[in-house]
Ligand binder design. Structure first.
Ligand code: FAD
Length: 442
């Protein structure tokens, strides 16, 4: 490719890469997208935070067949069970309107297999997108100008990019290439996950009849009760449920991923949430052998952006990864015009997740004996406050000057006073009663 043909290049065709490609196409900007298309393998990133929900519903309403109600976040934490109600109240609707958002009826879970496939079809159909299913093997970087000058592909081709978007997630291709300073903010983990499907023909009332079937159900497993220390999720998605667990990585300790999944299912059943009674057909269990939360020193340079979670990642219950991917997509056309200000906007948005990480990290590291009802309530309220701030930050990026001013005021108010009504309740109950207890008054 000669000098005149330099184009923006996106590395990685996951959600972040596709969101960037889509936004560049909408702006009529020709670009190259590199990497493998989506597969049918379960994906991480199915429970969406309020900011991500607003972005998905605003930009991708046409994929609503893949969206499922997220009415609750429940957290099983030792003797306590918390439920935060995500249903829309009048005050939430008015608050969202003031900062420029149409209030959705519900927040959402996303069937990522269906969604990613359809989004892929949409983006590659656009003439602005040239997609190549090829890996980038290495890059040339000029430290003097802080620019990436060439990409060397596995098929032997070399591309000279105008801009580079790193959408390689935990692979962190650009950050590793230039040895960008990095801060690790968690111990290394391994992640085991899969989908459990309901048998063909299961009636709708069994798939959607229970409140936990509209909740992101987070569970802290304890070695003495559940065979392993870890943090698990169970996210219902219509005809299947996504289940996984993050376990601290211990050198030299082998884990059988199928056995781990048995422990996770048993741990939920022990708290009265036996999802296998409806979703009995387990698919292949996947394992990420190494995973660690981190932040880089900076998210952007003169002609590059660490998009989505390749800049920073936080504890998964913050459910911020999909929102981050969409925000980097939204900012991509601006980034080509003004890398410093669009890059800084993205960096500040993603830096906003750090406080959620700290709260979850604190909760997760406590032994069950350390928990009190008051502590769980205080920390749950903080998590809701962080979500309010995240939505306000999204408004400052997407909704014009007036909304941005109101959103800035909201961020200040919530930082000072927390949230008046978080919608979170904390219950103390014997383990087998916990699921029943948190939903019985609803
Ligand atoms: C345990 C866990 C649970 C999570 N749960 C949630 C959640 O509930 N909600 C949420 O919002 N987020 C969640 N996330 C985050 C979420 O998974 C991601 O943020 C989101 O899917 C972003 O996708 P991505 O496109 O950036 O990365 P990916 O989907 O991983 O895509 C990266 C792509 O880059 C490609 N690639 C890598 N190297 C190269 C190369 N050299 N050349 C070309 N291509 C390359 C890969 O093949 C891949 O296709 C979770 C993360 C973890 C670890």
């Amino acid at each position: 490719m000669n000098e005149k043909e330099k184009l923006p290049v996106i590395i990685g065709a996951g959600l972040s890469g596709m969101a960037i490609s889509d936004n560049l196409s909408q702006a009529g900007i020709p670009h190259i997208l590199l990497g493998a298309p989506p597969t049918n393998v379960p994906r991480l990133g199915e429970s969406i935070d309020p900011a991500g929900t607003l972005a998905l519903l605003r930009f991708y309403p046409e994929f609503d067949e893949y969206y499922f109600k997220k009415r609750w976040i429940t957290v099983f934490l030792g003797k306590y069970a918390t439920s935060c109600n995500f249903a829309q109240t009048l005050s939430r609707q008015v608050g969202l309107k003031m900062i420029g958002f149409d209030s959705p009826a519900e927040f959402i879970h996303v069937d990522r297999i269906g969604f990613d496939h359809d989004l892929y079809k949409k983006i590659v159909a656009d003439n602005c997108c040239l997609h190549k299913n090829v890996l980038v093997e290495s890059l040339d970087y000029d430290a003097g100008t802080d620019t990436f000058t060439a990409l060397h592909l596995a098929d032997g081709e070399t591309l000279e990019p105008s801009f580079v978007f790193d959408c390689t997630n935990h692979i962190r291709l650009l950050g590793r290439t230039i040895d960008l300073p990095i801060e690790y903010i968690s111990e290394p983990q391994r992640v085991v996950y899969t989908h459990f499907h309901a048998p063909e023909g299961t009636p709708e009332e069994e798939l959607f009849g229970e409140e936990w079937e509209h909740a992101t159900n987070i569970l802290r497993l304890y070695q003495d009760w559940d065979a392993v220390d870890g943090l698990a999720w169970a996210i219902p998605l219509g005809s299947y449920i996504s289940v996984g667990v993050s376990i601290p990585l211990e050198e030299g300790v082998e884990l059988d991923k199928d056995e781990v999944m048995d422990w996770v299912a048993a741990a939920y059943a022990r708290r009265g949430l036996d999802f296998t009674a409806v979703f009995s057909q387990r698919r292949e269990v996947m394992m990420l052998p190494f995973q660690q939360y981190f932040y880089y020193d900076r998210a952007y340079g003169r002609n590059w952006l660490l998009a989505g979670p390749s800049y920073g990642q936080v504890w998964f219950p913050s459910a911020s990864g999909v929102g981050a991917a969409l925000v980097s997509g939204y900012l991509a056309p601006q980034f080509l015009q003004d890398p410093a200000s669009a890059g800084q906007a993205y960096q500040e948005y993603a830096d906003g997740f750090k406080e959620s990480h700290r709260i979850f990290d604190w909760m997760i590291k406590q032994d069950h004996e350390m928990m009190t009802q008051e502590l769980v309530k205080v920390e749950s309220n903080k998590i809701v406050a962080e979500n309010v701030k995240r939505v306000a930050r999204l408004a400052t990026i997407q909704n014009g000057k007036m909304s941005a001013s109101l959103a800035s005021l909201l961020i200040k108010a919530v930082s000072r006073d927390g949230v008046a009504t978080s919608g979170c309740e904390v219950f103390q109950a014997e383990l087998p009663e916990q699921t029943h207890t948190i939903f019985e008054q609803m």
